[in-house]
Design a protein around this ligand. Structure first.
Ligand code: F6P
Length: 556
């Protein structure tokens, strides 16, 4: 079905007619006055409890409360009907069974296969992919245990003390997020090992690290699905050059100090990474969905293989929920529908991700790639332009820090923004003096989380001028008991599937990213100009001027 035909669907129209009502309606009026919400036995309290019952769902330790969104049960029912009309159940089935849902690249998007238990089976193009997935996990496991047991030795025979993961985008953000968020789950054998992340093409992160590391005890993991990303390969070249200051032989460096992770084994081999140091994955794993594959090696090095498998188990549990739960109780389905409602129908094009737990500091960055690279599209699956808004602009930060930074705009700016508040309800288990103080801090964080979503929803129209709060900023709150590898796996898979659900309603392909290609080509051509191998005569005047300044080597 074309996207034009989609907007003509009776179900699309049924949702659309309600949008103007909810663009006008204030959440304050939906909930009653703030005092009504807390009163008992009043109409307000009754309305509140009906609303929370209708707009809250739980699943396996996750609570998703969307009662502060700008809709009611009637709109939700119409969105669910629209999802049926867009054949969402069939689309979910196609995704999980390995159909070629990535049409523009003619392949499956099978990140869910990476977390299937060894006893399952998934036949794609005549082959069961599960044995290959578990063979790759076994190779990871072998590498991890050799490094932890200090059997993996550098050229001089010393054990490895530092691992530097070199990757970018999907080959960096997932492992970076998980190792940061779950550091406290490192098993004893991993505690002596430091894991670092390097991604930026300018070399800053690498240069800073090299001042503190020793070549003899450093192992680099070069992670790149394509093994052709200039950002990653230029960092790898600098790393090799640094090693060569101590160890002359490139082949020995690559044998003892480099592991490659890629879907292109032939390119790793051509680069000089020996087969035994290669972890392979498959074209049917999208880069931003790849942390579950060998790309997750840094996670396994930090958490141990058991911790990594817990992450996979959490994601798999969410996959099962996605596959089986009825749409109205399916968490990723609800989240995807809400995003479509906010962005496409209400015109809310900002989405803030606000974890009230500093361990999840990188979660917003991770989601900016997952959501915006997937659904930042303006053509449908057939390449035809679409005329409705798709993915909103996402950003975020640890919520309590963001309160002292950009919440001003959320409270009093001119833009409507939808917010996701995310928090564990339990945090510290220390029983010393610092422990009770930390528990108090955790309570403060939760109090701030609830206070902010409440103020953003209700605003305060009793104040005027600089003190006026418009309110009516919709939000969802995701609570879970405690952050664990399993829980983080669930959480990431939840957003992965949310992205897919929204893409199905928008009729776009979330698994390609053609929009980033042109910039790469032009950057390469621009570099040719900068090193004097081509002229910039046909460049625009603006860029020519900047090139001149750089060539002169001084500003002003
Ligand atoms: O440029 C975008 C992108 O292709 C992302 O989709 C990907 O995650 C990242 O670059 C890194 O790609 P690779 O893993 O192939 O180095």
């Amino acid at each position: 079905m074309s996207s034009k035909a989609r907007t003509h669907l009776r179900e699309w129209q049924a949702v659309a007619v309600q949008a103007p009502i909810w663009q006008q309606r204030h959440l304050r009026d939906v909930w009653g006055a703030p005092s009504d919400v807390s009163a008992s036995g009043t109409d307000g309290a009754q309305r509140a409890s009906t609303r929370t019952a209708e707009l809250t769902r739980t699943h396996d330790g996750l609570l998703f409360d969307f009662s502060k969104q700008r809709l009611d049960a009637a709109v939700l029912n119409d969105l669910l009907a629209l999802a049926e009309a867009c054949e969402l159940p069939r689309a979910i089935e196609r995704l999980l069974s390995g159909a070629r849902v990535n049409q523009s690249e003619d392949r499956a998007a099978l990140h869910t296969a990476l977390r299937l238990p060894v006893t399952s089976q998934l036949v794609v193009d005549g082959d069961d992919v599960v044995p290959a997935v578990h063979a790759s996990l076994a190779r990871m496991s072998d590498i991890v245990s050799r490094i932890h047991a200090q059997q993996w030795r550098g050229v001089t025979g010393e054990a490895i003390s530092d691992v530097v993961s070199i990757g970018v985008g999907g080959s960096d953000l997932g492992p970076y997020l998980a190792t940061q968020a779950l550091a406290e789950f490192a098993p004893p054998e991993a505690r002596g090992l430091s894991v670092h992340f390097v991604s930026s093409i300018d070399g800053t992160q690498l240069a800073d690290l090299l001042d503190h590391l020793r070549p003899e005890t450093t192992l680099f993991v070069v992670a790149s699905k394509s093994f052709s990303t200039i950002d990653t390969l230029s960092n790898a070249e600098t790393a090799i050059a640094w090693m060569r200051s101590r160890i002359a032989d490139r082949a020995r460096i690559l044998r003892h100090h480099f592991i490659g992770v890629s879907a292109k084994p032939e390119k790793m081999t051509a680069y000089g990474i020996p087969e035994a140091n290669q972890i392979r994955f498959w074209d049917w794993v999208g880069g931003r969905f790849s942390l579950w594959s060998g790309i997750g090696l840094p996670i396994a090095l930090k958490l141990g293989m058991a911790g990594f498998k817990q992450l996979l188990a959490g994601a798999h549990a969410l996959d099962t929920h996605f596959a089986q739960a009825p749409l109205a109780h399916n968490l990723p389905v609800l989240m995807g529908l809400l995003q479509v409602w906010n962005s496409t129908f209400l015109g809310i094009n900002g989405q803030a991700i606000l974890p009230y737990d500093a361990r999840l500091k990188l979660f917003p960055s991770y989601l900016t790639q997952l959501e915006m690279e997937s659904n930042g599209k303006s053509v449908d699956r057939l390449g035809t332009p679409i005329d409705y808004a798709t993915c909103p602009i996402l950003w975020g930060e640890v919520g309590s820090n963001a309160q002292h930074a950009f919440y001003q705009l959320l409270h009093q700016g001119t833009q409507p923004v939808a917010c996701d508040f995310i928090a564990p309800i339990r945090r510290y288990s220390r029983d010393d003096d610092a422990g009770s103080s930390l528990q108090h801090q955790q309570q403060l964080a939760l109090a701030n989380c609830l206070a902010q979503s409440r103020v953003l929803m209700l605003g305060d129209d009793t104040r005027q001028g600089h003190h006026y709060y418009r309110g009516n900023q919709p939000s969802s709150t995701l609570l879970f008991d405690a952050l664990t590898p399993y829980r983080l796996g669930q959480l990431i898979a939840l957003y992965e599937h949310k992205v897919y659900v929204a893409s199905v309603l928008w009729n776009i392909n979330p698994f390609d990213q053609w929009g980033v290609e042109l910039g790469k080509q032009i950057a390469s051509a621009t570099h040719t100009v900068m090193v004097g191998r081509a002229q910039a005569d046909d460049y625009d005047g603006s860029t020519q001027q900047l090139l001149r300044v750089i060539a002169e080597g001084r500003v002003g």
